[in-house]
Design a protein around this ligand. Structure first.
Ligand code: COA
Length: 377
């Protein structure tokens, strides 16, 4: 299976509506692909907050209205922040009968809302048992950060580095939410506390945006990127049912399946995009994916391994922290970046000759994980 077209919008606080963002990303993907929109057999759409924030469900029908003469199957998938990697996974499973499929993800998180985004995002956690006791998302990830810092004896400096590197990378990505924002370590240190020990610059922002890709069972052109494996795994919705707070089992299980499927090991992977919804989750990702042992991610960051010129460049687009996190689009934006890099089309942020790229996309507080491994051809 192959990815033959990619498209996205800029991420940020935008004036465009949900349908406008969706249309722009789909159009960009079709323009990037050798296929025409009439070649597409089905569309999978990923959107998390359309109901609670924007008052819009039945989003597949919105897409049908954008493409009125197609009348093809369009299906919405929702698994919180992992919605678009799970939509891709499910689309892959359908390729035998529907050989060309578009997957599009979209979110509109700024502007006028039916309820507050913090309350809406909390629906990705255990609403009854955790949210109603006050555990909003930044607080849940703060608990993880507190546990990690006390278990491994690290300070907030390691998290500041994650934020700094992601903001630096975003400055080479004109589509990023924080493109052209000059962020210094001092600014990160001084930023207001959100939930101890996490500051403003430990959090991904509320972003609007959309991303789309087109996959086919057969190769379409030399710009195609091959999908070697796509796997999803799940875990309990509440942290209270977990044995460990410093690791996400779903990431471990899904990534080990990908490694088993392909014989690829972490040392062979040239570039990766990980789910840094809060800076602490980038440390967990590097460890759970097997790039280092538990507690060693701060060292990996310190020694420059994850920089664009390092051994395993991470989040060259700026990651969720600085490229942005329009929830339904995030997993596909990660794929967009890896495809761009594997094609050698990333311009100023291009890393040196990557062959294998991996994405890790988390839903909730590690309740779902989608991993995709891709190869340039
Ligand atoms: N990182 C850096 N700067 C941020 C930021 C972030 N995460 N969020 C907002 N800002 C900046 C804005 O750009 C703005 O800067 P300006 O004054 O120079 O224009 C300023 O902070 C105020 O912006 P505002 O939108 O009023 O911030 P806020 O206080 O409403 O929101 C958070 C801040 C942290 C509460 C919000 O970004 C948030 O909820 N993030 C987490 C989202 C989340 O949980 N996603 C799901 C994860 S699984």
């Amino acid at each position: 299976m192959y990815i033959n077209g990619i498209g996205r919008t800029k991420f940020g606080a935008l004036t465009k509506t949900l349908p406008e963002l969706t249309y722009e990303a789909m159009l960009n993907a079709v323009e990037d692909s050798p296929l025409d929109i009439t070649d597409i057999d089905a569309i999978f759409v990923s959107n998390f907050l359309g109901g609670p924030l924007n008052g819009q469900l039945h989003f597949n029908s919105i897409i049908a209205s954008l493409l009125p003469s197609l009348n093809i199957p369009i299906i919405r998938i929702e698994t919180a922040c992992a919605s678009s990697s799970v939509a891709l996974n499910q689309a892959i499973n359908c390729l035998e009968k529907t050989p060309n499929i578009m997957i599009v993800g979209v979110e509109k998180m700024t502007g006028t809302h039916l309820i507050s985004p913090t309350d809406a995002i909390a629906m990705a956690g255990d609403y009854k048992n955790d949210y109603e006791q006050g555990l909003i998302f930044p607080a849940a990830y703060a608990l993880i950060a507190q546990q990690y810092m006390s278990t491994y004896g690290i300070s907030h400096d390691a998290l500041e580095q994650v934020s700094y590197i992601n903001h630096k990378n975003a400055n080479l990505n004109p589509l990023a939410h924080f493109y052209h924002k000059d962020v210094t370590v001092e600014m990160i240190k001084q930023s207001p506390r959100v939930a101890s020990p996490l500051n403003l610059f430990d959090c991904s922002p509320l972003s609007d945006g959309a991303a789309a890709i087109i996959i086919s069972s057969k190769k379409q052109s030399d710009r195609d990127v091959k999908i070697l494996s796509s796997r999803i795994a799940t875990d309990t919705i509440s942290l209270t049912q977990r044995e460990s707070l410093t690791s996400f089992n779903a990431t471990k299980i899904a990534s080990r399946k990908v490694y088993q499927d392909t014989g690829v090991t972490p040392d062979m992977i040239d570039i990766l995009e990980v789910h840094d919804c809060f800076t602490i989750s980038e440390l967990l990702a590097l460890e759970d994916l097997g790039f280092c042992r538990p507690g060693e991610a701060p060292e990996l960051i310190e020694n420059g391994s994850i920089l664009p010129g390092g051994e395993h460049p991470v989040n060259t687009d700026g990651g969720l922290k600085a490229d942005g996190h329009p929830i339904g689009a995030t997993g596909l934006a990660q794929i967009y970046e890896i495809v761009t890099q594997l094609r050698g089309e990333a311009g100023k942020r291009q890393v040196s000759d990557p062959k294998l790229g991996l994405t890790q996309n988390i839903g909730g507080i590690g309740g779902t994980c989608g991993i995709t491994l891709m190869e340039g051809i």
